[in-house]
Design a protein around this ligand. Structure first.
Ligand SMILES: Cc1ncc(COP(=O)(O)O)c(C=O)c1O
Length: 411
């Protein structure tokens, strides 16, 4: 083997952060929630669910290939709403998989196997792993325009023009809410136009829902887009993740859902995705799925989860506001309003690597770009596309971060 892969552009940032010995260092690379003390947070409701699980003495036998039945029912209802017509009519197929990534990978394998020749369209930019996932499944991907650098907002005309120009029957990967990395989502009206376009062109929307409840604090609001498509009778695929909203990052809890035209198709698709999962990892882990189904199905725990999620989302919103205030105080001549317009975990700062195409955190000796200046001079670790995770920021560290950003824009 002559060629070594470079570190992962997101997880590699954490590796570089760990090597830094500065007391001022700040890791805003990975999208993981931290408390104000910058410590990982385990939800109280997760601890309660685990205590219930210990007392109920469930075993650790293999799950069926499609996963825990209670979890699959609960997760489809959480996504689409309890009284959703597609669920009632048996048109929804759900397979528990390995968090968002594994669910996307099963969906990608399905596309590769049963929709050969169809191209997947990813937003530009998108979560970095999307490209790996589809490429490794042997599925061709292209990009549609999404982000307008001038407005630091959605390039809606570019997005719809590119999806319009895509061959009929293409697959459009759409972020269900809190687009990663930009934090910029279509409005409901724009979602309506995207749904019209997909319907007219026969495109298959593949929603990636990694932040349900975590963006706004409301599970229903954050599931609005996939529900809207499903309720219009458009067939969709949806990958779900419980990494962020239940803080179950390492438990790998998620699902791939298909909302289809009829129940017979749902049965056939289930048989096929089971075959795919069987060869990839055989069957999914049980612990995290039991936590999620316990929390979702017990009204008292469900209410408590909503409160905790609201608190997490609220803390992120408050540091977002604080960052905006600090930036405006330090550099009033610049318009920082994009910080508070963006939603979810991230802020897409507009800092960029410029000439430093091969830049990796901690590898270059001189700050030759403004993202690198953030790391080398200010010990702020972030992805090179200029994304910072506000979930990893505390109020106490916000003034220092604002100063680092203002300084780095001058590089
Ligand atoms: C857009 C998006 N999709 C999917 C995922 C998958 O995460 P996981 O595999 O931890 O559920 C993430 C995680 O950051 C994400 O941001």
């Amino acid at each position: 083997m002559e060629y070594a892969e470079p570190p992962d552009p997101i997880l590699g940032v954490t590796e570089a952060y760990k090597r830094d010995t500065s007391p001022d260092k700040l890791n805003l690379g990975v999208g993981a929630y931290r408390t104000e003390e910058l410590q990982p947070y385990m939800l109280e409701v997760v601890k309660k669910a685990e205590r219930i699980m210990i007392d109920s003495e469930d075993n650790k036998e293999y799950l069926p290939i499609e996963g825990l039945a209670d979890f699959n029912k609960a997760t489809a209802e959480l996504l689409l709403g309890k009284d959703n017509a597609a669920i009632r009519e048996g048109r929804v197929t759900t397979l528990q998989s390995l968090s968002g990534t594994g669910s996307l990978r099963v969906g990608a394998a399905f596309i590769g196997k049963f929709l050969p020749g169809r191209t997947v369209y990813l937003s530009n930019p998108t979560w970095g792993n999307h490209k790996n996932i589809f490429a490794d499944a042997g599925v061709e991907w292209k990009e549609y325009r999404y982000f307008d650098k001038a407005t630091i907002g959605l390039d809606f005309e570019g997005m719809t023009a590119d999806l319009e120009a895509a061959p009929d029957g293409s697959i459009a990967v759409l972020h269900g809410c809190a687009h990663n990395p930009t934090g910029v989502d279509p409005t409901r009206e724009q979602w309506g136009a995207i749904a019209d376009l997909c319907e007219r062109k026969g495109h298959l929307p593949f929603f990636d829902v990694a932040y349900q409840g975590f963006a706004s604090g409301s599970l229903d609001d954050d599931a609005w887009a996939p529900r809207f498509f499903a309720n219009r009778g458009i067939e969709i695929m949806v990958a779900q993740s419980y990494s962020k909203n239940l803080g179950l990052y390492a438990e790998r809890v998620g699902a791939i859902n298909f909302v289809l035209a009829d129940a017979a198709a749902a049965k056939r698709v289930l048989s096929q995705i089971k075959r795919i999962a069987r060869a990839l990892y055989s069957n999914p882990p049980v612990h995290g799925a039991r936590i999620a189904s316990t929390v979702i199905s017990r009204p008292e725990l469900f209410a408590e989860w909503n409160t905790e999620m609201d608190e997490m989302a609220g803390r992120i919103k408050s540091v977002r506001q604080l960052l905006y205030d600090e930036l405006t105080k330090l550099e009033p001549s610049r318009d920082w309003s994009f910080v508070t317009r963006q939603i979810g975990m991230f802020s897409f700062t507009g800092l960029s690597p410029k000439q430093a195409r091969t830049w990796l955190p901690g590898r270059c000796s001189l700050p030759c770009c403004n993202v690198e200046n953030m790391t080398q001079k200010h010990h702020v670790y972030m992805t090179k596309d200029g994304r910072i995770s506000l979930a990893g920021l505390s109020a106490a560290k916000t003034p220092a971060l604002a100063a680092a950003i203002v300084d780095s824009f001058k590089v």
